[in-house]
Unconditional design. Structure first.
Length: 238
């Protein structure tokens, strides 16, 4: 039998002002990767250094003040909209969590989160999902639907059968890997379908794609299907 090829390692940038916090974040990666999962490699550095690394796609940001933290997230979003952010910040501030997600965070954890929780959140994000409390994402949906952004446009109805299948699974909280497995296609094919869906919707990320679909009820109008979030913390994939 041919040897199973291990997935390519995934590099994760780490930003933390305090050396102790940075050391704690780095220790998260001491745990070996589980079977069939890519190894995660920590890359500590300053924001400027990490944003300059074009191949870096994931970034853990440890922020301590809501004002400077949000400004940092917005700066990262402007400079590198392709980077997926895992944010560690103050707890008990729902508004800050919502603003962080809107600013581009794909996961938000409290400062007291344990190493296993942070590791799990990073793996969820690298799998293509979002880690956040469902109740907060529900509030985010309500907010975006009540005050739609200018580029939050209706998904074009001319979808292929496969695009529609992918879209339905996105709205059911399936990760890229799960979508690929369920449809019998490769993950890179799922990513290609996603890219076309976002182009048709005129949006630049999956949160806005989901909001656009839910807001205009494209799937319900055309196919009568019902969509909903699942799994508590993994509500939308990305």
């Amino acid at each position: 039998m041919p040897a199973t090829r291990n997935p390519e390692p995934i590099r994760i940038g780490l930003i933390a002002d305090e050396p102790i916090r940075l050391a704690g974040l780095t220790s998260i990666f001491d745990q070996p990767a589980q079977h069939a999962r890519a190894r995660l490699i920590p890359i500590p550095g300053s924001m400027k250094e990490l944003l300059a690394k074009a191949t870096l796609k994931y970034l853990v940001v440890d922020m301590h003040s809501s004002a400077s933290g949000l400004k940092a997230l917005e700066a990262i979003r402007r400079a590198r909209p392709d980077i997926r952010l895992i944010v560690i910040g103050p707890e008990g501030n729902d508004e800050l969590v919502l603003k962080s997600i809107i600013a581009g965070a794909r996961a938000y954890l409290g400062l007291s989160a344990g190493t296993e929780t942070v590791r799990s959140a990073i793996e969820v994000v690298t799998d293509g999902s979002i880690w956040a409390p469902r109740r907060l994402l529900s509030r985010l949906i309500d907010r975006l639907l009540k005050t739609p952004e200018p580029n939050l446009v209706e998904v074009a109805p001319q979808l292929t059968i496969r695009e529609r299948q992918v879209l339905e699974l996105i709205l059911k909280a399936r990760s890229n890997r799960e979508i690929a497995s369920q449809l019998g296609i490769e993950e890179r094919t799922v990513r290609a379908h996603l890219a076309r869906l976002m182009r048709k919707a005129g949006v630049d990320n999956r949160i806005k794609l989901s909001m656009s679909v839910l807001g205009h009820s494209i799937l319900r109008e055309e196919s009568g299907s019902r969509v909903s979030g699942e799994r508590g913390r993994r509500v939308f994939t990305n």
